[in-house]
Design a protein around this ligand. Sequence first.
Ligand code: NAD
Length: 475
Amino acid sequence: MTRTVHGLSAPQLTIDGEGVGSVQRLAVVDPATAEPFVEVPAATPEQLDRAVAAARAAAPSWRETPLAQRRERVRAFAAVVRENVDELARLLTLEQGKPLSRARGEIGSGLAYVEAFARMELAPEVLKDDASEYIELQRVPLGVVAAITAWNYPQLLSLWKIGPALVAGNPVIVKPSPYTPVSTLRVGELAQEVLPRGVLQVLAGGDDLGRAVSIHSGIDKVSFTGSSRAGKAIMAAGADTMKRLTLELGGNDAGIVLPDADPGAIAADLYAGGMSNCGQVCAGLKRLYVPAGRAGEYADALAAVAAKVVVGNGFTDGVDMGPVQNAPQLQRVRGLLADALDRGGEVYFRGDAPDGPGYWHPVTLVRGVPDGVPLVDEEQFGPVLPLLTYDDVDDAVRRANASPYGLGASVWSADVDAATAVARRLEAGSVWVNQHPMLSPEAPFGGLKQSGIGVESSPLGLLAYTDISVLRVKR
Ligand code: NAD
């Protein structure tokens, strides 16, 4: 194990503008080899206290920095990340497993959001202005924000939170997943070139550090992306200090294909909807409902797409899909698949995956799995997609909605109006027609039901990092 990463120094924690080590260390595994490739410092509880104190010290002047200057600093932050995209993408591929081109794409996409937030306004709203009184609705920062992120999109998820938190006037402490802390730590280091000390800090650590964040009295908001299980724990833990919360949690997105759709025309998009990022997408297509009479056609069309997919090390040219990100997740996916096959499921396509070490799982397409089986009812978060059949659309809508989750959903048809009418009946924070998923900076993104609370992205995502304060001046 080395303390350098491909010839670069392993990144440190960033606390109060300085790179610091720790008495605790975290070994980070390359999922393509199942071997640790680097050790990074893991923050102690005392270091969390120091970071919170530094953030609180930085908060007043960051809050009082005029919005235009904060936005300018945030643009400078985006620029410094972009200048270092090659290094960051390599770190991301090493720690996460995704192909290098996708790693670059993830960072570029995250930066597009940061830059969009850096163009947004936070103007006060005048509610009354007459001879008797002036009333103004102000959007004030919350204080210190903690951003806790998952391992599937470490860069995108942290940039989604850093951008609006900073523009809105809050210092941020980022706690990436212990499986993928490396590229986020490096972003913390790079940010010190352009941001005042204490305004952006990054602390690596395990779930215990997340729990310490979620009860810390010096943290005003937790913006969390991860599992519904951890989201519930954070909500409970934050009650005592009345923390503001944004929770972006799990999903079990259904896609309903209407009878008129052409399998050959949509199979590639359906496949990508389910299998992008090795199936590890919160709003990925996780249950595909097709008309019973056409199941064979869909199975053939999806298998034809899947047959062209190359699974391998993300640094190898031409690879479309990397490994599952971590060992427990690989075990979970294997377990869900084995259970579904025991309960009547049938594999209609199984792709190739490298032998030997690494958390490899072949692309696996299954059918014949009844509702009520965990592969259908729970979030699989891996490269296994069940094909389900329905006899009438009302039944498909009912089954799609029969989930504690409500993150995304889609409807597919050559008749856009018919698909849109069905889409309006689906219970999800984002409902797509003839695509899945599709996110962009102008639209809010969040979950209904147990998929989360609040939204990210769009001006509403910026407001999530503010509170309302009403100013009333008697005349
Ligand atoms: P996870 O909940 O196990 O971990 C996410 C983060 O939370 C990590 O940094 C972890 O250390 C921390 N954490 C864990 N327990 C905690 C606790 N009790 N208190 C505070 N922090 C805690 O999730 P994961 O396995 O890393 O990620 C996969 C999950 O994330 C999936 O369910 C996926 O759907 C979800 N996800 C959701 C979105 C979204 O936008 N809705 C996006 C990506 C991933």
